[in-house]
Ligand binder design. Structure first.
Ligand code: GSH
Length: 312
């Protein structure tokens, strides 16, 4: 009989069990069958799936290249994914509200081509993920990375979309942080295993479908009693949450039927409310190089760019 001391309280497994297989070894149920993690994980460059060209277990630049700098106070280096859209929606909302100091150049970073690993990009964001931004109106310029940090910075700088009243401000920050902590389970968890993994793994899909539906239920329950995430006011919490959860409700991963998203009627009401805002419509086009051609504006350097023919 195994001593309880040898069992991991979290996994219920014998921690000191040898790593080789026997006929009735549970590893036969692993995927691929018989797989046992080696003692030391080794980077297999050929085995990164769809993202093998960009996934690495190390940080830092892969090549020397400076980033372009345009004429506006904000220089954004991004791609029109949900994390990128949070910032372009915020900048468009600020401009729509009359904050001219929020003018920006949006430069395209093609993450599939590894442009997030240029020396110029890494100098702004050592984490090599879009979005990254420079505020060149400060001396020296202010480096910004992490979309949540960027929303908070812009909200504070322009005193906009972040309530000053104690309870509403705190609620806004609660939901902003909820988004930053929760969405990776949807994108990196559910989306990855449902849509991108080279083969379907029931355990992984079940685990992340469960979590994605739980999160949608959290939002749905909250939005039953609240018009916006922080109550009766549109804030950076809505701007952070909408790109991810609006996408899941509408088209992301072609998983709407699988997740029965029609159940979340209050989320649906809120998604359509935010989607109807002109600044949101503009912001979600910026740095987009996929989807319908009229929804794409690969780079934005002027408000008039939205009138130009789009698509690449
Ligand atoms: N927590 C980060 C996440 C950023 C992120 O995951 N960006 C993805 C695109 S949505 C990326 O740049 N991936 C490139 C890579 O992993 O190399 C944020 O919110 O800014």
């Amino acid at each position: 009989m195994l001593s309880d001391v040898n069992r991991s309280p979290l996994l219920g497994r014998n921690l000191f069990k040898d790593n080789h297989m026997s006929d009735n070894d549970p590893a036969s149920g692993n995927q691929p069958a018989g797989y046992v993690p080696p003692k030391v994980w080794v980077w297999d460059k050929e085995n990164g799936g769809q993202f093998s060209r960009i996934n690495r277990p190390i940080s830092g630049a892969t090549h020397e290249k400076e980033l372009p700098v345009g004429k506006h106070p904000f220089q954004l280096y991004s791609l029109g994914t949900p994390n990128g859209q949070k910032v372009t929606i915020m900048l468009e909302e600020l401009l729509a509200a009359g904050h001219e100091g929020a003018e920006y150049d949006a430069w395209l970073i093609r993450i599939g081509d590894g442009e997030q690993f240029s020396s110029g990009f890494v100098a702004i964001n050592p984490n090599s993920k879009i979005p990254a931004m420079l505020d060149v109106s400060t001396d020296p310029p202010t480096r910004l990375f992490e979309s949540g940090s960027m929303l908070f910075y812009l909200a504070e700088k322009f005193q906009a979309f972040l309530p000053t009243e104690h309870y509403k401000r705190t609620a806004t920050m609660n939901w902003l942080m909820w988004q930053m902590g929760s969405a990776p389970f949807v994108g990196g968890g559910f989306g990855h295993f449902y849509a991108y993994a080279p083969f379907k793994i029931e355990y992984a899909i079940d685990r992340y479908a469960m979590e994605t539906k739980r999160q949608l239920h959290v939002l749905d329950a909250h939005l039953t009693k609240n018009e916006y995430m922080a109550g009766d006011e549109y804030t950076i919490a809505d701007i952070a949450i909408w790109p991810w959860y609006g996408a899941i409700m509408r088209s992301a991963y072609s998983a709407q039927e699988f997740l029965s998203v029609q159940e979340y009627t209050n989320v649906h009401r809120w998604v359509e409310l935010i989607a109807s805002r002109p600044a949101v419509k503009r912001g979600q086009k910026v740095n987009r190089t996929f989807g319908p051609p009229d929804e794409q504006l690969p780079e934005r350097h002027d408000a008039a760019d939205f009138d130009k023919s789009t698509g690449i």
